[in-house]
Design a protein around this ligand. Structure first.
Ligand SMILES: Cc1cc2nc3c(=O)[nH]c(=O)nc-3n(C[C@H](O)[C@H](O)[C@H](O)COP(=O)(O)O)c2cc1C
Length: 193
């Protein structure tokens, strides 16, 4: 299985990245090939709304550091997107990627029962937040999940950690790390199976 990990935190050794790594380590142990992109190290623009991907091309027209990320996702069987919560949403870094993924949608995606140019894939979405109340920011994943399903993510799973951040504890609870391992076990077939 080919896994592409997209890290949305500017903190290389942060909480969301630690959870992502836990998942990919477990997945690699099951024989998966893992490719990781740290968005904060890349130079790219947000979607320009030019609609070239709907009018003339089947991909994003922008030729910047996000082009290989968008190409790698196309080839992946499972994509992991990880982000801290920033002002009640994903980081600007991840939102920039998500907006550019508009290029995966066919021109008639609103009416087409098969709206995506992508082959079916699995998605793991990792979110971490400083606030301990799980009810806060619980809207983020369902909002993006709708679009991810249009894009061809047929099986999706959220892994969340609340109440962690530099201002508080900044240590991912063991229970969340176990959830990441469980997700790898459930979603990544062991090599040879
Ligand atoms: C600019 C900024 C905005 C933030 N906004 C929120 C927020 O809206 N809700 C929240 O619970 N935590 C918020 N936080 C805290 C982070 O989500 C939290 O520290 C998270 O665990 C960091 O993850 P990371 O280590 O993967 O970067 C914010 C932090 C920053 C720097």
């Amino acid at each position: 299985m080919r896994i592409v990990t997209i890290l949305g935190s500017p903190r290389s050794k942060g909480n969301s990245t630690a959870i992502a790594r836990h998942f990919t380590d477990a997945a690699a142990g099951r024989g998966a090939a893992v490719e990781t992109f740290e968005l904060n190290r890349l130079s790219y623009r947000g979607c320009q709304g030019c609609y070239a991907c709907k009018k003339t091309l089947d991909r994003c027209v922008l030729d910047d550091d996000l082009a290989p990320v968008l190409a790698a996702v196309k080839e992946a069987d499972l994509v992991l997107m990880a982000s801290p919560v920033y002002y009640g949403d994903v980081t600007a870094q991840l939102k920039g990627f998500i907006d550019r993924s508009y290029s995966y949608l066919k021109p008639d995606y609103i009416t087409n029962p098969q709206p995506s140019r992508l082959e079916p894939k699995k998605l793991v979405f990792v979110l971490t937040q400083g606030h301990p109340d799980q009810a806060l920011f619980a809207d983020i994943f369902p909002r993006y999940d709708t679009f991810m399903r249009w894009m061809g993510f047929v099986e999706t799973r959220l892994i969340r950690a609340c109440g962690i951040g530099p201002g508080t504890i900044d240590a991912v609870p063991e229970q969340v790390l176990l959830q990441a391992e469980e997700a790898a076990h459930d979603m990544v077939p062991a090599a040879g199976q």
